[in-house]
Design a protein. Sequence first.
Lengths: 200, 200
Amino acid sequence: MKLYYSTTSPFVRKVMMVAEELGLLEQIEKEPVQAHPVSRSQAVLVSNPLGQVPTLLTDDGQAIYDSRVICEYLNEKAGGSLFGNQDSRWGILSELTALDGALAALVNARYEISVRPVELQWLAWVDALLDKSRTTLEYFESRVQELDERTDIVPFGLVCLLGYLDFRFAHFDWRKSYPGLDAWNNRFSQRPSVQHSIPA
Amino acid sequence: MKLYYSTTSPFVRKVMMVAEELGLLEQIEKEPVQAHPVSRSQAVLVSNPLGQVPTLLTDDGQAIYDSRVICEYLNEKAGGSLFGNQDSRWGILSELTALDGALAALVNARYEISVRPVELQWLAWVDALLDKSRTTLEYFESRVQELDERTDIVPFGLVCLLGYLDFRFAHFDWRKSYPGLDAWNNRFSQRPSVQHSIPA
């Protein structure tokens, strides 16, 4: 399989962690892409009309995207249980959606700050985008005692969100507001798949 | 079931069409929400930390979101075949992602034009967001001869994208650039579920 890839995308990071957890890492050839929201990758556009990473090409050439679909495909390929069972599946997919939505808002906030000309930036909008992380982290802080027991994909999505906040929004200081998540993150981040995929 | 709902959201529209196609419309109680990107709905936030519509509450109180997850849940509940089979599933989910991604970019373009103060608007950014619709419609224009045969969810996602362009971006004039999609859309829009959900 070939994965259109960037080292800084939190969505790519989730795919890489899941691939490592499922023992599929060696089957994935990484194809680096300079992801840019305005001038998109022509190489990726051939397979995915959004031109976004991550995009996976299977060995028979089928394009699979976005990260949520890729993770579910890898899970099925490996016979994993990251998406739960018939009953737990909908809660898992919904929580993963919350984490992906908070991350997408952060990526948009990052574009606002780093791509848009400074005289056109709107700080109230950046704050509204960051607020999706606040409400999502509040949700998980109130359920933090369940996290250690979970064996599905949601903790990996959560560690991507926290890691992206550290990487791009250090001033957000989530550790102070969400001490339960801080302690959980310290434990969960011992996993090799989390260590191997820290953005840099 | 209860659906947090707005008449203008293209993502809600997809859920409503799918519910009607699956014969589930009468089981869904619609709860109107004033969706706003900056001051989000407190009612929805209780169930979904993103505070977005559509959010579905099942009869036993479970929250399911976003539109993709809701549609798949409804499909499974009704024993439908909108998400294909084991093999076709990944292509369907990926194409649905392209349509959702193009729609999300349009919704962001709409925020840029209608929510952001006019002196902070950046037209190059609006154009980059609209470009996701262009590449996505090119993709489907080149496959338009397959669309009439398809019985999965993708044509419903496509009609949502085209309908939202008509509703909010009439100047985009997709009919001129994509004549195959224009003809297909005229045929597909005869379906009651499409007629019943036209945004207004």
